[in-house]
Design a protein around this ligand. Structure first.
Ligand SMILES: Cc1cc2nc3c(=O)[nH]c(=O)nc-3n(C[C@H](O)[C@H](O)[C@H](O)COP(=O)(O)O)c2cc1C
Length: 526
């Protein structure tokens, strides 16, 4: 152990000894039916004889003693670097196989911390009397909890599968029973905007970022990847369309994303299609999207982003401004101008997405014809773009049509494919009949589960025909680690999502990363 680490591990042991001494003394006195001396202004008698001071036949002081004693033993094991799995022979247990000694300490001290808050609340609000020993124990428990958190964040190479897994599952459950039902009562775009402003606000404060990280981020070295010269701390990214104006760059890494696409950004400004332009299909686990490439425009975006530090690979999705063009050439030139201004800027963005497949615009899909894509990519080649370009693929084309597009992409300066965009196929069998009926009456195209199988099929097709020629980013209908794994198994190097996060909440990102890490570690141990 390095010296500072040793000091902190020792401090943890000493704190547990404080707790043992305090709760042990009170337990002993209560056992002898004596109220220990309390000090002026305090009233130990009222607190220690109240009904809140007992859990069944045991006093809270007894349970505190057991808690601190257990924490003491575990902190000694942590100090000695003993693998708890071996002691209890749980290396092969499905749920506990990743348990580390520090995880157990994290879990114990978190429970202790929450219980202490509860006791302080009872003393201050319910009983309205204070007990010196109980306050000392609460203080010990808070300092112990914070020290263990610090120790874990500083010296553990990865998040705790147990503690973080539990935290993420609890948040996920709370999101499902509280936040989502409330959010889903309101207009989706209103909620989207509120979430963007909340995320943007949180990203301004290091303390809040730390809290978000502590709650949501799951990190593990096994998830890291180098792709096209970029370092990814994990393979889960935010897909284009959620952070269309680049407001979330400072918070998404803390939520646990490994990368992030801003946009689609267009050269000209566009305020979006007429409202309502976002809908929900809860039965089909999908969103109905008709925003039409709402964008503040390339120059405004560059100015906004130039003030910000980008700590994870951040890409810019580029599409043509949603307006009428007199000729195909004008539309092509609009895209070229957008690439030019980003290339000329001093931004540290990592890659580009070329959005040829937005189905909600005047001419958004006109480059999904091989001959037109050929013209566009030939023009882009002349720019000698310094970053990777990933083409965002349509998912409603036949295999034959898709292969023709890939053949074109293969000849040009295209490093990867994002597979893929929304489905506009109103016969898509994954859109349930009730949602289909609504869809008939509304404009827009569908994300989420109805895109899952189609995107998977195209990923397999691209992998089978082009091997490692393209980096593949699998997108569409990812809600869980299993969904992400399905895309990775078919050949995706990275994955992206939006709808899964809307339906499952931001804890989905950590849970997906945790599941992927678990699978990878299983694979490595075989
Ligand atoms: C609200 C919303 C807006 C979107 N806007 C864009 C966009 O501007 N550019 C783009 O390339 N894709 C856009 N998409 C498509 C997503 O990037 C993604 O390809 C698609 O939603 C499938 O992923 P998902 O099922 O995880 O949502 C948008 C999707 C949603 C839900």
């Amino acid at each position: 152990m390095r010296s500072m680490q040793t000091v902190i591990a020792l401090a943890i042991i000493i704190l547990t000894i404080f707790g043992i001494a305090d709760s042990g003394y009170v337990s002993y006195e209560l056992f002898n039916q004596v109220i220990p001396p309390c000090g002026q202004g305090f009233d130990c008698g009222t607190v220690l004889t109240s009904k809140y001071a007992y859990i069944g036949p045991f006093s809270v002081a007894n349970s505190g003693f057991v808690y601190y004693l257990t924490a003491f033993v575990v902190s000694i094991l942590n100090f000695l670097d003993v693998d708890i799995k071996k002691i209890f022979s749980i290396q092969h247990s499905k749920t506990l196989k990743r348990l580390q000694t520090i995880d157990l300490l994290l879990l114990l001290t978190t429970i202790g911390f929450i219980f202490s808050l509860y006791l302080v609340f009872i003393m201050g609000v319910v009983i309205q009397s204070w007990c010196t020993y109980c306050l000392f124990s609460a203080l010990t428990s808070v300092v112990l909890f914070s020290t263990v958190q610090y120790y874990h964040s500083k010296y553990s190479l990865h998040s705790s599968f147990l503690a973080k897994g539990l935290t993420l599952r609890i948040i996920n459950w709370l999101y499902g029973v509280i936040a989502k039902p409330i959010f889903f009562l309101f207009d989706p775009e209103l909620i989207h905007n509120r979430l963007i402003s909340t995320g943007s606000f949180l990203g301004n404060f290091s303390v809040l970022k730390f809290k978000v990280r502590w709650l949501f981020q799951f990190k593990h070295p096994v998830l890291t990847k180098e792709i096209d010269g970029l370092q990814f701390s994990n393979p889960v990214g935010l897909s284009a369309g959620f952070d269309y104006n680049g407001d979330l760059t400072q918070i998404l890494p803390d939520v646990g994303f490994g990368f992030h696409t801003i946009g689609t950004v267009t050269f000209g400004r566009y305020d979006g299609n007429p409202k309502p332009r976002l809908g929900r299909f809860p039965n089909s686990k999908a969103l109905l999207v008709n925003k039409g490439l709402k964008s503040i425009g390339a120059r405004a975006m560059i100015q906004k982003l130039s003030q910000l530090e980008l700590t994870i690979p951040t890409g810019i999705s580029i599409g043509s401004t949603n307006t009428h063009y007199d000729s195909d050439k004008d539309q092509l030139m609009d895209i070229i101008k957008c690439f030019r201004v980003f290339e000329a800027s001093s931004l540290k963005h990592a890659y580009y997405e070329l959005n040829i497949s937005c189905p909600n615009t005047f001419g958004g899909e006109s480059f999904t014809y091989p001959d037109r894509l050929e013209v566009l990519l030939t023009a882009l080649d002349t720019l000698k773009i310094s970053r990777s370009v990933y083409v965002k693929m349509p998912i409603d084309q036949s295999e034959k049509e898709t292969l023709l597009l890939l053949k074109v992409a293969d000849k040009h300066n295209v490093q990867g494919l994002i597979i893929g965009n929304l489905t506009k196929d109103r016969e898509n069998p994954a859109v349930l009949p009730a949602d289909k009926a609504v869809w008939k009456t509304k404009k827009g195209n569908v994300s989420g589960k109805p895109t899952f199988d189609r995107s998977n099929k195209i990923i397999s097709l691209a992998k089978k025909n082009y091997g490692t020629r393209f980096t593949i980013i699998g997108t569409g209908g990812i809600f869980t680690a299993k969904d992400a794994q399905a895309k990775i198994d078919r050949g995706a190097d990275l994955v992206q999502l939006i709808t899964g996060m809307v339906f499952e909440g931001p804890s989905a990102i950590g849970l997906i990363n945790l599941g992927l890490a678990d699978k990878l570690l299983d694979k490595l141990s075989k």
